[in-house]
Ligand binder design. Structure first.
Ligand SMILES: [Mg+2]
Length: 233
């Protein structure tokens, strides 16, 4: 038995996304990341600023990550791209997480993992700045999302299946908490429970899309939902 009285074998296993789930990345990070990715494309593919910006957006729409298109069509090395574009000097000064969210996350019973399409070094910097460095059992970053040599970030279901097997995490006990509905939908297809974090959405959306078990705006809501056994729709 754990201290919550729930048998260890029945406890929920929480997989948290990072950006726009644990903190507001739109203001602090994303606009700067877009700029540094456009800089990188302009420099390394020798195209105009406008072409670089269009390519960045095109690959993001087509593959869900600009890096996938650059790797596939231009032979860009992932490690070089990630290190160069995520340098973001002084990023830490602009990061913010509500104290109530942080307290709720730290108190949440069960095993906790971070599952982010961002690189490991960036995730480590964000977690350290938010004082969450000790919160997660493991950080699963984009470097750990290669399957058969290809980069397969969220929402790829094969990657998710392999990552869960690698960490010996039973799907039926896993919960993915995310702001991106496409990632929730693919996790739900694999049998995970899914929580749609809406605190940082730019536009408020009504209704609950297929593949979303529950919607929340504060991490505190996970406590009550978890106590009910992580009710599924
Ligand atoms: Mg996110």
């Amino acid at each position: 038995m754990s201290r919550t009285g729930v048998k260890r074998s029945e406890e929920l296993i929480w997989l948290f996304d990072l950006d726009n789930t644990l903190h507001d990345a739109s203001g602090a990070v994303f606009w700067r990341l877009n700029g540094s990715m456009t800089d990188y494309i302009e420099q390394h593919l020798a195209v105009s600023r406008q072409e670089a910006d269009e390519l960045r957006a095109h690959y993001w729409r087509r593959y869900g990550a600009t890096l996938l298109g650059l790797e596939r069509h231009h032979g860009i090395r992932a490690a070089h791209f990630l290190a160069q574009t995520h340098a973001l000097p002084d990023m830490e000064a602009h990061l913010h997480m509500p104290a109530s969210d942080r307290a709720a996350l730290m108190r949440l019973p069960g095993r906790k993992f971070l599952l982010t399409n961002a690189p490991a070094e960036y995730a480590k910097r964000v977690l350290t700045a938010l004082d969450l460095a000790s919160c997660f059992e493991a950080v699963i970053s984009i470097e750990g999302m290669r399957t058969f040599g290809d980069l397969r970030p969220k929402p790829d279901t094969r990657m998710l299946r392999i990552v869960l097997a690698r960490h010996k995490l039973p799907r039926a006990r896993c919960v993915l908490i995310e702001d991106t509905v496409a990632n929730l939908k693919s996790a739900r297809r694999l049998g995970l429970r899914t929580v749609w974090m809406q605190r940082y959405l730019q536009h408020q959306l009504h209704g609950r899309p297929q593949g979303v078990c529950v919607k929340i705006k504060k991490l505190r809501a996970l406590h009550a939902w978890g106590k009910q056994g992580g009710r599924q729709r």
